[in-house]
Design a protein. Structure first.
Length: 398
């Protein structure tokens, strides 16, 4: 029995709205890619986090935002791929692979010109494995997701384990400890180098990122297991009809409560451990990328359940978010354009000039723009410009 009545349409309003919520949530962390040096994305003391309120913003982001909405977006990406595959007839694989190829190309352009942390490339690579999951039961998909998260954690332990051991023994000069401090800590030379990079012209940035493309591809490959895990969960929740808005309210509330209990206390503990340790890079890196991963995933599921319980197909907020979600690719890309206009050297050049809390407040600008323009565009033209480009280019390839 459906939780909410559906309008006479083949689109599920609640699913679109959930996608819109995910796009908005991603902005809350992506703003730091544009606003502060790379080390400050995860580490508040590296840059922009001197005030107590900035530390509080970091803690709230770490527990409730960071990677939760990336997980949610990946879940919905997996579900969306299955929906399209199911509509593609008897030979759906070629159109699917064409869509992944075009998405990867869009992601490369996006990463080169604007956001170095672009997620489309990882989604496209992980999406290549979706045909292997298409006929599995929800229970099997969840089991695979658990295994993929374990692979992600295992890889992280291999990468950071020796450095954490050295740090715990006071050997701060070891190679891994120093590597982590340069990339996730407060190493002055590394932070200064990142500040200089953030002040590049668009030509300089494009040239540098093109030259570093091979290293980027390797890094993207490392993100495939955790993103594919989220996609598998999304497929499972679609097959089990939760994402189709067909679960009863109590079942949604129970799933949200269980996932919240499993994830929030450990995330609070990890955040406390990082802060009490003094934010060294060798703790910040593994905590953000590895140790929090299973709890980021479960909290992302909790967000999906809460949203599906609260969204009403006829509600004004739901319909506004649904418009944002229908233009999710366009909004994701245009958000980077707006943030570049605020922070990049060819815009207002506010990179490195704001605190963590101020950057969070500035993220409201692209969010407000999405909420205003998306309903107007959908009402007049329907499909977004980049969604249309993705569809047409994929059609040419397939």
């Amino acid at each position: 029995m459906a939780t909410h009545s559906q309008p006479a349409s083949d689109r599920i309003i609640q699913l679109d709205a959930l996608r819109g919520l995910a796009v908005i949530g991603i902005v809350w962390m992506n703003v730091y890619v544009f606003a502060v040096p790379a080390q400050g994305y995860y580490n508040p003391v590296a840059y922009g986090g001197d005030a107590p309120f900035d530390r509080l913003v970091w803690a709230i982001s770490f527990v409730f935002v960071e990677d939760k909405f990336r997980t949610l977006f990946a879940m919905l990406f997996g579900a969306g791929c299955v929906i399209l595959i199911d509509k593609s007839g008897e030979r759906p694989w070629r159109p699917h692979f064409a869509r992944m190829a075009v998405l990867f190309a869009i992601g490369l352009a996006h990463a080169t010109l604007f956001a170095s942390n672009d997620i489309l490339r990882a989604y496209a690579l992980a999406g290549l494995a979706i045909p292997l999951l298409i006929h599995l039961s929800p229970r099997a998909l969840i089991a695979i997701a658990v295994g993929l998260v374990a692979v992600h954690i295992g890889g992280g332990i291999i990468a950071f384990g020796s450095g954490l051991y050295d740090w715990s023994q006071g050997r701060l000069g070891s190679d891994m400890v120093q590597f982590a401090e340069r990339n996730f800590g407060s190493d002055p030379a590394a932070v200064e180098f990142s500040l200089q990079q953030g002040q590049e012209s668009i030509d300089q940035r494009t040239a540098r990122r093109l030259s570093g493309m091979p290293a980027q591809i390797i890094a993207i490959g490392g993100a495939v297991p955790i993103n594919l895990a989220a996609m598998a969960i999304g497929i499972a929740l679609w097959r089990d009809r939760m994402l189709a808005a067909e679960w009863r309210m109590f079942r949604l509330q129970r799933l949200a409560a269980v996932c919240g209990v499993l994830s929030i206390p450990p995330l609070l503990w990890i955040a406390g451990w990082v802060a009490e340790s003094g934010f060294p890079g060798i703790v910040v890196g593994p905590a953000s990328l590895i140790l929090s991963a299973p709890f980021d995933t479960t909290l992302g599921v909790a967000y999906a359940a809460i949203a599906m319980a609260l969204f009403s197909a006829n509600g004004a907020i739901t319909r506004c978010l649904a418009a944002v979600g229908r233009l999710s690719l366009t909004n994701y890309l245009l958000t980077s354009v707006v943030l570049s206009a605020i922070f990049a050297s060819w815009g207002l050049a506010l990179f490195g000039q704001v605190s963590r809390a101020e950057a969070l407040m500035l993220s409201l600008i692209p969010i407000a723009a999405m909420l205003v323009w998306s309903p107007l565009w959908v009402a007049k033209l329907g499909q977004g410009p980049f969604e249309r480009l993705w569809r047409k280019a994929s059609g040419l390839l397939s």
